[in-house]
Design a binder for this molecule. Structure first.
Ligand code: ADP
Length: 218
């Protein structure tokens, strides 16, 4: 069964949620009060609509109560984010995820019944700091806000497996571009290359995906 989502607020956070949900096969209605933002997502989302999320009648006429999950990704306008969440809750939306700008905002969202509250900037900072402190991540080159190359030391959970066995491209969307072994380096290792204990993997990909790999596989 296809899942149905609504994303309100198409800034960098909301926009990347729309893109990823669509990539994962979901149906997504993308909403923003800014026509230009909506235009940007017209071809990506299942449906892209210009609407003010603080306008109760507008949200009702879009039938948002019929969607499984609504994400309130309004950025700086805390008042609008709170009001939109309140309206959605009153309309009976089963699952509401809301982005908080700060702890005070998070507290209010929690009180009015948002089911999940996310702090993307804070969480990303914490995660990156943890990875940098983790024994497995040796070095880190930021390519952009989203992408990086990391040097990750293999441990006994992945040693002995080939790249094909781990299938990290399919599982995590990241690529091993090199393996440092002792004082030589294997560039563009083939899928059958077996990872040995102590190898250092050069991994390229989205920071969130590399983090998932480090946190789950290692
Ligand atoms: P980010 O930090 O994710 O980039 P922004 O603050 O840039 O967040 O983006 C928030 C988006 O939310 C903007 O595109 C803005 O037009 C939209 N937005 C703000 N208020 C409302 C509202 N009342 N209704 C619908 N969309 C809104």
């Amino acid at each position: 069964m296809r899942k149905e989502f609504v994303v309100i607020g198409l800034g960098r956070f909301g926009g990347s949620i729309v893109e990823e949900l669509v990539r994962l096969g979901a149906d997504v209605m993308a909403i923003d009060s800014d026509p230009e933002r909506v235009e940007d997502y017209a071809k990506i989302a299942t449906e892209a609509v210009i609407a003010d999320a603080t306008d109760e009648e507008a949200l009702k006429s879009l039938g948002l109560q019929n969607f499984e999950h609504v994400i309130v990704a309004i950025g700086d306008d805390i008042q609008a984010s709170i009001l939109a969440t309140l309206i959605l809750k009153e309309m009976g939306v089963p699952q509401i995820t809301a982005k908080a700008q700060n702890d005070y905002h998070a507290k209010v969202l929690h009180k009015i019944g948002a089911d999940v509250i996310v702090h993307p900037e804070r969480d990303m900072g914490i995660r990156i700091a943890n990875n940098m402190m983790s024994n497995n991540v040796l070095d880190y080159l930021e390519l952009s806000d989203e992408y990086s190359i990391m040097e990750i030391k293999s441990n006994d959970r992945i040693a002995g497996y080939s790249i094909k066995d781990l299938d990290i491209r399919a599982n995590y969307g990241i690529n091993i571009i090199g393996i440092k072994r002792g004082d030589h380096i294997i560039i563009s290792p083939g899928a059958d290359e077996k990872i040995l204990l102590g190898d250092v993997l050069l991994v390229i990909g989205a920071i969130v995906d590399i983090n998932r790999f480090v946190n789950r596989a290692m």
